[in-house]
Design a protein around this ligand. Structure first.
Ligand code: FAD
Length: 429
């Protein structure tokens, strides 16, 4: 248990539950909250998404910093951390990404225990489908690179794939053959809200102030250093400032008079009505004419689907109707049996797309101002590694090897981390 604002955060366990029941004590309390904005902090983290909360948690737990605040303009989990399709994996091609995302995947395996909160990590496998021999060659290359880095990857032919995912074996007519797949069995999903809530609760239990409804509107500087932030709740002094603002990072660049190689784009997702268990894994594929579709079944039975970006910069969280149609059409082509299932909900998030598709974890403009952004549409899976490594960077002033490749200077020197080989375009359709 830990004390916070005079309240105890009970450690969740079967025994604690039983003791609370027998003693008649009130067990369930708010996970965080009731914190008042203080006039000064050692570290102010801007943005209570996954990356901001995880950074704050590790700063407090691993580096013993005492005065930390996370300032969030809306609510914990209102941003992309609560809007994504929850896929976690480390099946990247480039070495820099291998080691970083594999570190993250290992942390997912123990995250529920580390946070004492069930994030529902489900290693059900991530299956990248090949619809042609060309696809198979491309996936074999990625799988080989992964295995050389010690990461699990299995190239399956059609028969092996049908055993791994029986739904694909059902012989309803499809317009395209499935030649095989690259499978990462340890990949899968986690519950996005639980990740936000789990980190918020754990950070608060370590003394972090989480202040919602508090927008940072400016950075105050003196003698070449940042000394505080202006917020909608007043001025706050800060020794170090961390921006983890995802889709709003372009605005932060403007605030700091430092243009960033980031564009904000919409990505939408949708979920069907709940149905009986049908899909035991995550399927990712590109159907000619429809673009990308990825699909998994949530624990509540809904089919969660997503695809490519909408294709134009925007801060709205709505989403183009024709993109939704493309994603659903792809899903029905692959799994014809779901043709009659109804879509229940659709939503969108604002993604901080960099010009090489890889994140930015660096200082920005001042020595004591840090930016953790550019997660594009793949930052959920990165949260555990990002929080731990970025906290080390902020606490010690030295970027750990794991994140050195994500420095902003790569855009000056040309050392891009372009996984897809798509060139300097944030939107690869
Ligand atoms: C539809 C969709 C599907 C996705 N699917 C996946 C997936 O399957 N797997 C995966 O790995 N990734 C996925 N992603 C990407 C992933 O969700 C993001 O990369 C990641 O969540 C971004 O980091 P974050 O959690 O810190 O961002 P956010 O949760 O967006 O946090 C940023 C926070 O900063 C706050 N903020 C901004 N400006 C200010 C300010 N001035 N003052 C105070 N607060 C501010 C915002 O309100 C927000 O809460 C998906 C994204 C979307 C939209």
């Amino acid at each position: 248990m830990s004390a916070r604002n005079g309240q105890f955060q009970p450690r969740y366990s079967a025994l604690a539950l039983l003791q609370a029941r027998l003693s008649g004590r009130q067990f369930w309390r708010p996970l965080w909250g009731g914190h008042r904005l203080q006039p000064a902090y050692d570290v102010v983290v801007v943005g209570a998404g996954g990356h901001g909360l995880a950074t704050a948690f590790h700063l407090a737990r691993d580096h013993g910093l005492k005065r930390i605040a996370v300032l969030e303009k809306r609510l914990v989990g209102y941003g992309n951390v609560g809007r994504n399709t929850t896929v976690v994996r480390s099946n990247y091609l480039l070495p820099e990404n291998h080691y970083f995302y594999e570190d993250s995947l290992k942390r997912w395996e123990t995250l529920s225990r580390d946070l004492n909160y069930n994030v529902m990590y489900s290693p059900r496998g991530v299956v990248d489908l090949a619809l042609s021999d060309d696809d198979m060659g491309r996936l074999a290359r990625r799988g080989n690179a992964m295995r050389l880095a010690g990461i699990d990857a299995e190239l399956m032919d059609g028969a092996a794939l049908a055993r791994f995912c029986p739904e694909l074996a059902i012989h309803t007519p499809r317009r395209f053959d499935i030649v095989g797949a690259l499978v990462q069995s340890r990949g899968g999903t986690a519950r996005h809200d639980a990740v936000a809530w789990g980190y918020a609760r754990a950070a608060a239990a370590h003394g972090v102030d989480i202040i919602e409804d508090c927008e940072v509107t400016g950075v105050d500087t003196s003698s070449g250093r940042a000394v505080g932030v202006e917020t909608t709740k007043g001025y706050v002094k800060a020794d170090r400032i961390v921006f983890a603002t995802a889709g709003h990072t372009g605005m932060i660049g403007t605030m700091l008079d430092t243009p960033l190689p980031i564009e904000t784009h919409l990505l939408q997702a949708m979920v069907s009505e709940p149905i009986k268990p049908l899909l035991n894994t995550v399927l990712v594929f590109i159907f000619p004419g429809h673009g990308e579709t990825y699909i998994a079944q949530s624990d509540r039975g809904g089919l969660v689907m997503g695809g490519h970006l909408d294709g134009f910069p925007s801060y709205t969280r709505e989403g183009r109707w024709d993109r939704l149609e493309d994603v659903v059409a792809g899903a029905v082509e692959l799994l014809p049996r779901i043709g009659g299932v109804k879509i229940l909900r659709q939503w969108a998030g604002t993604n901080d797309m960099t010009m090489d598709g890889s994140p930015i974890m660096d200082r920005i403009r001042y020595d004591n101002v840090f930016v953790n952004a550019g997660w594009c549409y793949g930052g959920f899976k990165a949260i555990p590694a990002s929080g731990a490594a970025f906290a080390t960077f902020v606490a010690t002033g030295t970027a750990p090897d794991l994140i050195k490749a994500y420095a902003l200077s790569r855009f000056d020197t040309g050392h891009m981390l372009d996984e897809s080989g798509g060139g300097p375009f944030p939107v690869r359709l």
